[in-house]
Write a protein that binds this ligand. Structure first.
Ligand code: NAD
Length: 485
């Protein structure tokens, strides 16, 4: 089964945010469908969990190949439902997902536990890595296909079954992914897509007694709600939440690299990226040149039709999101900040790249997730201050340090609280290395072997190796040595 049969009969218009035009009307699932989907996932669990890793891997490999064969269709659909530039879809979103599927195909066959050994003289211990069970996954709209893949691939590789709910505004590539799995021979019920809204279908999935683990990527407030609901199970929770990544430029940095890096890392996916650069802290001697360079480069960015390969920045996900972003900038200006570029009212769902200076460290534009093409730049004096400012938000997903000094780089990597610290770059990721936050950015890892482990339980099997009826430890219970008869 790929998509649970719809019973709500509510039609939802999936629209292209760049044009406002309808792409497709989808039938939303209702709360009753959650029961059906979770029931199918439970039924399929025993069979899938006992499928040899090599066979699970073969299906994931076929999915990787199918996505690659259908890359252009995936890329166009992703661009149309999100408004993101087609170059990003073609060169990032789709190849990353192809590689992820192939990575987890390999990882499925390499789960390890501790070696069997005699930790007590009378027993042999072994570790079994087992699937958690039925995983309820909820994904956001910013990278719909990537985020669905990050959840589905490791969970299936480890032998779990999955019910996934994409964001209702961007469901199309997740449905295409489920179709690729069906075409690759995934048995019915192992993966089901639920199309529905967060507060009803999402909450019903998180709270369902047939779900063993909840894996969520999305905003911090919704993540908190999900953790509360899951605690009632209780069931295991994996949370990939918001970010507010600092971009720390020390005074020995390669300025040109820092300027290009900052603009690229701010504007990727229209800034709707949980790891995007959002706060540039620049040591005072470089501050003016950095700010002028960033503003100049931002001005040169081509904003326009997402389907045109020449476009650098497409639309945001919706008119509402563009207005929300502009609200942050307007309030910052009201509080005394200035823009060195951008900051003008949105044009539909389009928002121009914006550099904000003179904002206060404790202001919302520096502290809260804006999720748009907006960078706030602030100066700092000592290295201590730069690192302290970088750590001064509730988030801790990603960060970068720009310096030619190996000791400064080492210190920043150690002392900035984040799941990932880049040195002289900001944004790249690889399937082989983990992604996930600390503090209010959540817990648990996506990508890499760490992610595979998240979707397993560790079972200790302790086997008596003496064969005697009266074990030596029985003396702690039977003073007579158990000799009653
Ligand atoms: P969101 O939290 O509004 O929604 C995410 C998903 O949760 C959607 O599918 C939505 O329908 C569902 N949802 C909403 N309310 C729910 C509820 N009460 N119960 C269950 N499900 C509910 O997030 P978004 O706006 O779609 O995505 C943007 C956010 O995602 C940003 O905060 C961004 O930083 C974060 N994000 C984090 C990562 C990461 O790896 N840490 C990656 C991508 C996006």
């Amino acid at each position: 089964m790929s998509t649970a049969p719809a019973r709500s009969a509510e039609l939802f218009p999936v629209t292209n945010p760049a044009t406002g035009k309808l792409i497709e009307e989808i039938e939303l699932h209702g709360i009753a469908d959650v029961d059906t989907a979770v029931g199918s996932a439970r039924e399929a669990l025993t069979g899938w969990a006992s499928t040899p890793p090599g066979e699970r891997a073969a299906i994931l490999n076929r999915v990787s190949v199918l996505i690659e064969e259908r890359a252009e269709e995936f890329a166009l659909t992703e661009t149309r439902q999100c408004g993101k530039p087609i170059r990003l879809s073609r060169e990032f979103d789709i190849p990353v997902t192809v590689d992820n599927a192939a990575f987890f195909a390999g990882a499925a066959r390499s789960l390890e536990g501790k070696a069997s050994a005699e930790y007590s003289a009378d027993h042999t211990s072994t570790i079994r890595r087992e699937p958690v069970g039925v995983v309820g996954s909820i994904a956001p709209w910013n990278y719909p296909l990537n985020m669905a893949g990050w959840k589905i691939f490791p969970a299936l590789a480890a032998g779990n079954t999955v019910v996934i709910k994409p964001a209702e505004i961007t469901p199309l590539t997740t449905v295409m992914l489920a179709k690729a799995f069906a075409d690759a021979g995934l048995p019915d019920g192992v993966l089901t897509v639920l199309l529905g809204r967060g507060p009803d279908v999402g909450e019903a999935l998180v709270g369902h007694n047939g779900v063993d683990m909840v894996s969520f990527t999305g905003s911090t407030p919704v993540g908190k709600r999900i953790a509360e609901l899951a605690a009632r199970g209780p069931r295991r929770v994996h949370l990939e939440l918001g970010g507010k990544a600092p971009f720390v430029v020390f005074d020995d940095a390669d300025l040109e690299a820092a300027i290009h890096g900052a603009v690229a890392a701010t504007l990727i996916n229209g800034g709707q990226d949980c790891t995007a650069a959002t706060r540039a802290y620049v040591q005072r001697p470089l501050f003016r040149k950095f700010a002028d360079g960033v503003a100049g480069l931002m001005e040169s960015v081509r904003v326009g039709d997402p389907e045109d390969p020449a476009t650098d920045l497409g639309s945001l996900i919706s008119i509402m999101q563009a207005e929300r972003v502009h609200g942050f900038v307007s309030r910052a200006l009201d509080a005394g900040a200035r823009t060195l570029c951008g900051g003008t009212a949105p044009d539909g769902a389009f928002y121009r790249p914006t550099l904000v200076v003179d904002a206060q460290q404790d202001s919302e534009i520096v502290q809260d997730e804006v999720f748009g093409p907006v960078l706030a730049a602030l100066p700092f004096d000592s290295d201590d201050e730069g690192i302290a400012l970088a750590n001064d938000t509730r988030y801790g997903l990603a960060a970068s340090a720009w310096t030619r000094d190996v000791y400064r780089a080492g210190r920043a990597s150690r002392e900035i609280a984040a799941g990932c610290v880049w040195v002289n770059d900001h944004i790249p990721l690889v399937s082989d290395m983990p992604h996930g936050g600390v503090k209010a950015s959540g817990y648990g890892k996506d990508l890499s072997a760490y992610s595979l482990e998240e979707y397993t339980t560790v079972k200790h099997v302790m086997s008596d190796n003496t064969g005697v009826a009266r074990k030596s430890w029985h003396r702690t219970v039977f003073a007579s040595g158990g000799d009653h008869g």
